[in-house]
Ligand binder design. Structure first.
Ligand code: HAM
Length: 447
């Protein structure tokens, strides 16, 4: 990567009120704490990654869905789960001027299912296959790779409970990462069971946890959501939990067969994975297949994407009792992972052709030429202001252009323009009336 986004500060937060002083009068403003800017040239990579992910989703038949950035707060409380960190600690919730409680979307799945129900997409051809991209908001403690405004590309395949769809979604996520050149990641997979086995397993796990000398906070967590205790990273807890019963060993026949079919299909497709029966996802709606893509070059915030199946979510949100599966891929973390691997995506080229005009009349003609080039589908820009030949040629280099068109009074009189190849530095005169065609052909050859 040529440049990093302005990485949010990583120092521990004091109190929200004192962590970022408002800009004093006359002083410049900073972006909110934990919110990255993507400015050129790094923004080109942001674009390239996001667009590549979206393109792979469209190739697999997922159609774009554009959703509100804020929703009624209850959607997340009911959809994502009151006991999750995301809902209980991290939501940007506020009352609007009409006294309604609204929340900036912390994730995409609940909003997609809300829209599927509201617009009857579950009454059409199933599965409804939908893709989205954009910002999500979580009031987390900022760290490298943990932002308060995060960017995801996600898909949801709604309405069909078929393990082949699980395999499709997982293989699609894998293809997304590979398509941008990422290699140093692994895929972890498990099954969280369903209503036929999870309640029974939960009791078994709770009984096991009741027998351990847990601290008060962990005991409370165990009561609220015992599965989440399995994710405790403290060494003493890991030791105590070594013999904990695992969901994967307590699946009933349906979910077990489902999981075996998914792993079999991934084997067929050559998608490498490891089974991690201790995986805990931070959102409550998951059932059966769950997965995470983990990158080792990112330190603590290693999850570059994740997802899973959600059997009960649609019914919980007031719709039909249909299942779905999807993923959210972290664009910010993918960029950091690419940087950790020393890889670059995108060409770094701002335009293909850069116009340099010397003198007022030449400038006027160049403005027309650049407009004609754009109309012919060639990306083009030109030097503005009085920069002189040297300064203007520097602009051409900075734009990463393939060609410069140089026009002075003499050329204008002759009806020609100098076409300079900025790689080889070869220069030739071209007829002004013909140059759009010539440049168009050359640029097309080099794409
Ligand atoms: P999630 O695992 O919470 O899942 O988020 C998906 C991805 O978003 C993570 O793997 C990570 O790359 C990125 N991400 C999450 N939080 C942050 C953060 N604070 N800063 C930077 N990146 C972050 C979901 O959101 C589910 N809706 C995915 C899904 C779709 N499941 C089923 N369908």
């Amino acid at each position: 990567m040529t440049d990093s986004p302005s990485t949010p500060t990583t120092e521990p937060e004091q109190t929200p009120a004192t962590s970022q002083a408002p800009a004093a009068a006359g002083q410049p403003f900073s972006a909110p704490k934990g919110v990255p800017d993507y400015v050129p040239p790094a923004s080109a990579e942001f674009h390239a990654v996001r667009d590549a992910f979206v393109a792979r989703a469209h190739e697999a038949g997922y159609q774009h869905i554009e959703l509100p950035v804020f929703e009624e707060t209850g959607l997340y409380a009911r959809g994502v789960g009151e006991s999750t960190d995301v809902v209980s600690k991290e939501m940007y919730t506020f009352e609007d001027r009409g006294g309604r409680s609204v929340t900036l979307r912390p994730e995409g799945t609940a909003g997609v299912i809300r829209a599927v129900i509201e617009h009857n997409l579950d009454r059409g051809q199933l599965p409804a296959k939908l893709a989205y991209s954009g910002p999500f908001f979580r009031y987390e403690r900022p760290q490298a790779g943990r932002y308060r405004q995060l960017q995801q590309v996600g898909v949801e395949a709604v309405g069909v409970d078929d393990p082949a769809l699980d395999a499709e979604v997982i293989a699609l996520a894998d293809r997304c990462f590979r398509t941008v050149g990422l290699t140093g990641y692994r895929l972890e997979l498990t099954s969280l069971g369903d209503a036929t086995c999870r309640p029974r397993y939960r009791e078994t796990l709770q009984r096991f946890l009741d027998g351990l000398p847990l601290d008060e906070a962990t005991r409370t967590r165990a009561r609220l959501n015992p599965l989440r205790v399995l994710d405790d990273k403290r060494p003493e807890m890991r030791e105590m939990l070594a013999d904990a019963p695992l969901m994967l060993d307590h699946l009933s026949d349906g979910p077990r067969e489902h999981f075996e079919t998914v792993t079999g299909l991934l084997d067929d497709m050559g998608v490498a994975y490891t089974v991690n029966p201790r995986m805990v996802r931070g959102l409550d709606y998951y059932t059966k297949t769950c997965f995470e893509f983990v990158h080792d070059g990112l330190g603590a915030q290693s999850g570059i994407g994740g997802g899973g199946r959600y059997d009960g979510l649609m019914a919980q949100l007031g719709g039909q009792d249909l299942s779905g599966i999807g993923f959210g891929l972290g664009v910010d973390r993918t960029l950091l992972a690419l940087e950790a691997e020393g890889r670059c995506v995108g060409t770094g080229r701002r335009v293909d052709v850069y116009g340099v005009a010397l003198g007022a009349a030449a400038k006027r003609r160049m403005a027309l030429l650049v407009d004609e080039l754009r109309a012919a589908g060639v990306s083009a820009d030109m030097a503005y202001g009085d920069r002189g030949l040297k300064g203007a040629m520097k602009g051409a280099d900075r734009a990463g252009a393939l060609y410069a068109l140089v026009l002075g009074d003499r050329e204008l009189e002759d009806g020609t323009v100098a076409l300079r190849d900025l790689g080889s530095h070869d220069q030739e005169q071209q007829e002004l009336g013909d140059v759009v065609r010539v440049v168009g052909e050359r640029v097309a050859q080099r794409r």
